[in-house]
Design a protein around this ligand. Structure first.
Ligand code: ZN
Length: 226
């Protein structure tokens, strides 16, 4: 099984990916983690990623795809050992049509294919409210929300007593800009997967448990009808 989770910042995608991977027996392929791990391990790809970061550039499609392919090779090796891993869950990838085509090709070479693409749907205004209310500890990175999850004492981290404040890129204007970019980039991807009958849309404006339940149902639904 190869499951792709799609959703903008603030949709709860990362949280759901972390919950679903163990429940479905899938290896989590989160490109942010892969980047950090490659840099820490000082691999050849890690050096190239670090250089791109240092130049303030986005990580290119080629580099991203190369890292995901490395992960797919690891997955194949694990499955050959009979570890019972059912496949992969992709979080933050593919992000562009080029990456989507590369993933299709990589899976085809391994005689596998994408099973389901889940779109976590959250109205734009809800996303802006969630992101604009976000506050982060400057010491330990614990994330709070002024409305839904405030620290016990305003501006002070419950965990470490550090200063809790808004990130400079969480202003409404910056948030709107990131959401615009996300929509622009992913609209062609969503159409690509919808046309192939792989897409299921899940309501992201409900309790975390219910979102997880709906995604599991959608995954099972598409798996049995095909
Ligand atoms: Zn803290």
């Amino acid at each position: 099984m190869h499951l792709i989770l799609m959703g903008p910042q603030g949709s709860g995608k990362g949280t759901q990916a972390g919950r679903l991977a163990p429940r479905l027996g899938l290896v989590l392929v989160a490109t942010g983690d892969l980047f950090r791990r490659a840099i820490a391990a000082e691999t050849a790809l890690g050096h190239q990623i670090k250089a791109a970061y240092d130049r303030g550039e986005l990580i290119s499609d080629d580099l991203t795809v190369a890292l995901v392919e490395e992960k797919l090779d690891e997955l194949s090796a694990e499955r050959a050992l009979g570890t019972g891993v059912a496949g992969a869950l992709y979080d933050g990838f593919p992000r562009t049509r080029l990456q989507a085509d590369a993933l299709d090709a990589a899976l085809t070479r391994r005689e596998e294919a994408i099973s389901t693409v889940i779109q976590i749907d959250v109205p734009r205004q809800t996303l802006v409210n969630r992101l604009a209310g976000r506050r982060v500890c400057t010491i330990c990175d614990t994330v709070y929300h002024i409305e839904f999850n405030p620290p016990r004492e305003e501006g002070v981290c419950d965990r470490c007593g550090g200063e809790v404040r808004q990130r400079p890129d969480d202003t409404p204007a910056a948030i709107e800009k990131r959401l615009d970019l996300y929509e622009l980039e992913t609209a062609p991807l969503l159409a690509h997967y919808r046309d192939r009958g792989l897409m299921a849309v899940v309501n992201g404006v409900q309790a975390i448990d219910l979102v997880t339940r709906d995604i599991e149902r959608a995954v099972k639904g598409t798996a049995t009808t095909r």
